[in-house]
Design a protein around this ligand. Structure first.
Ligand code: ADP
Ligand code: MG
Length: 752
């Protein structure tokens, strides 16, 4: 950007290239260019990659006689009459669109703005859902999309009728419409004809039977006659697939290179002699599952290599990741290095610390283990930091404090990051260490059952191990959905379970009730469906929506209510994010020791908490929680041998999506299945918590829709990096393109 503009007279004709700034394109001046820039479009290439979001078959437009109610249809006809009705409370604009002797009624609510837009006899294309009209004769469309066809028949014939036409999202106001774009893009493609450079090696494109880039771009904007409409609407034509593949190929290639470059750095080649293996076996309290054995084998194989490990250990809640991590940590320690485990919350760090201490006590060796969290007393922290620095601690367990307080290690060999999704990708490897040549190994653990293909693209620079098996002896969790009108029965059930010596969780979406003017939430995803329409209500922020919904039951209120009411006589505890960490820890420990029967909580207990004696998870306002969260919460029970229950209580109206989520929870306990559904329901951006997760901003690809291409792109990228295919010029081009793609599109993750 920033190119000189004003002194290029319009009359000078110069050759348009893909990197030409849009303001020099015929039909676009500096002013429109500014509007486009706001949409992220600054070059001709950007414009060409603004793909149609749907298509209309105007080669075979529907005769009005063939319309079927309930179906979407595209109709071409002429304006026969318009009227603005003000009979009811809202103005309705009605238009009759005619075709021979038939006609179709179109209606727009609040349609005053359309009053003077149409002329009698003008040709139109309308697109919308066909409905039977009230009289029973003929059809109508409510709020159809409408396009006035050009009065210039030549042009109209070229671009607007007699072909499959692309429909674009407007790029601004009623000027940069789909029709405008169609013309601009058409002209550009004409002008660039023969000058659209290929961006993939020809051999690769041919091997995959994909069209060349020029053909693909033309094909997505102006599909040749006969292209199946269903394929087009699903972005599934070869032309689409070619462009999607290209985008994913460059993403994956960047990740692959990054991974390789990293591997070239010097790491630590740990030894796993007999004494190391024995040390590991000594601490094992149970037989590991096959999945745990395999994962550990993969991890240890990495650790033995002289290049640094970057591995993601993925396993559903309760699959037993902790013990795998501890075993890996022992390998490091037995080699004379320090190992660190970083957890996302103090509760979890403390829990890991206690568990690790218990396990390591099983060993005949005096391992030295240290906890480091933000809330420790300053002098304890200072002492622990110096122990870490002096090499007087073998195992260090902590929170963010490990990063934030610039803890320096004496000889750090392995870093384990637990429940990684809470950290954000960028923070991953910033642990401090004394300057040495060797990079410590890193093991990242996550319980978010990211579908494999997505894991590949998001963490493509990590290797992946999966725990796809639960430890034996677990009985399936019984999941039920009930309205909170039946709360009495639920509390009775909780009492019964406590009577049998078990414990229960009761989870609420908010900490405090409506009286609190600052309802600080432990989580806050209002159901988007409960707002009228996300786009239109954008101004009404999420927070506002939450403030307006005072009817949610809150943990603190319910703690009081249950303590003195339905659960009186039981030992209740209260846990939420606003307690200070000492308090939290005390409550958690008491629950762990069985001194609390029922823990009333917010989602602070969501991740990782392990109390096998707890058999009941009651979630109030379950309709307000996301699937991933519900699954995590349910994962807190069913950890011991006793039968466990998850009760999803709903309060108030449940949206359709809410029903779908709860239905899925009742139906399956498989985290991967639930994650798939979650992804479908929410889309990747929401699923991962937007860009913070490092999710790149794609131009044409869609990670949910294009999984197969993602796999293909990954395989091909690896292949290309291993053994580049094509001529020298092509290879050079790929490298340049890669650099550009990474700098521009994936600014978050440097290509270096
Ligand atoms: P997560 O993968 O969710 O972090 P944990 O590591 O907390 O799971 O393990 C869940 C529970 O299962 C713990 O109580 C742990 O002791 C137990 N566990 C793990 N592996 C096994 C095994 N192979 N056999 C029996 N119990 C196991
Ligand atoms: Mg865990």
């Amino acid at each position: 950007m920033g190119a000189p503009s004003s002194f290029v007279p319009d009359s000078i004709h110069f050759v348009v290239g893909l990197d030409t700034q849009v303001q020099y394109v015929k039909g676009i001046g500096p002013q429109i260019a500014q509007t486009l820039a706001a949409k992220g479009i600054s070059t001709v290439e950007d414009l060409l990659y603004h793909l149609p979001f749907r298509y209309e078959d105007r080669l075979h437009p529907m005769p009005l006689s063939e319309l079927k109610p309930g179906e979407m249809a595209s109709v071409i006809g002429e304006v026969r009459g318009t009227v603005l009705l003000r009979t009811r409370s809202i103005p309705i604009f009605e238009m009759t669109v005619g075709q021979g002797i038939s006609s179709l009624k179109c209606m727009w609510f609040h349609g005053t703005y359309l009053k003077d837009k149409f002329k009698h006899g003008q040709m139109l294309a309308v697109y919308g859902k066909v409905e039977a009209s009230r009289s029973g004769r003929g059809y109508k469309m409510i709020q159809p999309q409408v396009e006035i066809l050009s009065a210039d028949e030549d042009e109209s014939e070229l671009l607007e009728v007699g072909r499959i036409v692309p429909v674009y999202e407007s790029l601004g106001g009623n000027k940069l419409t789909t029709r405008w774009l169609r013309r601009i893009v058409y002209n550009l493609l004409e002008e660039l004809d023969g000058h659209l450079p290929e961006t993939l090696p020809r051999a690769l494109v041919e091997r995959l039977s994909l069209p060349g880039r020029a053909e693909a771009l033309r094909g997505v904007h102006f599909p040749p006659p006969g292209t199946p409409m269903t394929q087009l609407q699903a972005s599934g034509t070869l032309a689409h697939r070619r462009l999607i593949f290209e985008e994913l190929f460059y993403l994956e290639m960047g990740l692959e290179l990054k991974r390789r470059r990293f591997k070239e750095r010097a790491g630590i080649a740990f030894e796993t002699a007999k004494k190391v293996r024995e040390a590991i076996r000594e601490i094992l309290p149970f037989h590991p599952t096959t999945a745990q054995k395999n994962a550990l084998a993969e991890i240890v194989a990495d650790m033995r290599r002289p290049s640094p490990m970057r591995r993601l250990l993925q396993g559903d809640v309760g699959s037993g990741k902790t013990i795998v991590a501890l075993q890996a940590m022992l390998v490091a320690i037995e080699n004379g290095y320090q190992a660190a485990l970083m957890a996302p919350t103090e509760i979890l760090a403390t829990q890991h610390y206690l568990a690790a201490r218990k396990l390591l006590e099983r060993s005949s060796k005096p391992y030295r283990i240290v906890l480091l969290t933000g809330s420790l007393d300053a002098d304890v922290k200072k002492l622990n930091r110096s122990k870490i620095y002096q090499g007087e601690a073998d195992v260090v367990i902590g929170t963010h404090a490990l990063i934030e307080e610039k803890v320096e290690f004496d000889k750090l060999g392995l870093i384990v990051v637990d429940e990684q999704h809470r950290f954000g990708v960028l923070q991953r490897f910033r642990l401090m260490k004394k300057p040495t040549d060797a990079e410590p190994d890193v093991l990242v653990m996550t319980a978010t059952p990211i579908p494999r293909t997505l894991a590949l693209s998001l963490y493509g620079d990590l290797d992946l191990s999966v725990l796809d098996e639960l430890p034996p002896g677990r009985t399936p969790i019984v999941t039920r959905k009930v309205s909170d009108e039946r709360a009495d029965e639920v509390w009775k059930f909780v009492r019964e379970q406590v009577g049998r010596g078990h414990q229960a969780y009761v989870v609420y979406p908010v900490i405090e009730g409506a009286k609190d003017d600052q309802p600080e939430l432990d989580f806050a995803p209002p159901d988007p469906e409960e707002e009228p329409k996300p786009k239109k209500s954008a101004k009404k922020t999420k927070t506002a929506a939450l403030f307006e919904k005072p009817s949610l039951k809150a943990a603190t209120d319910m703690y009081e209510a249950l303590r003195t009411g339905a659960l009186s006589g039981l030992r209740l505890g209260l846990l939420h994010g606003r307690l200070d960490s000492d308090e939290k820890e005390i409550v958690m420990r008491r629950f762990q020791r069985g001194e609390i029967d029922v823990l009333i909580s917010t989602t602070v207990i969501e991740v990782g908490v392990d109390v096998p004696n707890a058999t009941v998870m009651v979630i109030e306002h379950a309709e307000r929680f996301g699937l991933a969260q519900l699954h995590q919460l349910r994962g807190r029970v069913g950890r011991g041998a006793a039968k466990s229950y998850c009760i999803l209580m709903t309060g108030g109206r449940v949206s359709e999506q809410g029903e779908e989520r709860l239905g899925a929870m009742v139906r399956t306990q498989n985290g991967f299945e639930l994650a798939e559904l979650d992804l479908q329901l929410r889309g990747p951006g929401e699923f991962f918590g937007t860009r913070q997760a490092g999710l790149p901003d794609f131009r044409v690809a869609n990670l949910v829709r294009d999984r197969d291409l993602l796999e293909l792109a990954k395989a091909e990228a690896a292949r290309f990096v291993e053994k580049p295919e094509g001529t020298e010029d092509e290879k050079k081009l790929v490298r340049t393109r890669l650099r550009e793609a990474w700098q521009r599109r994936y600014g978050l993750v440097e290509a270096g």
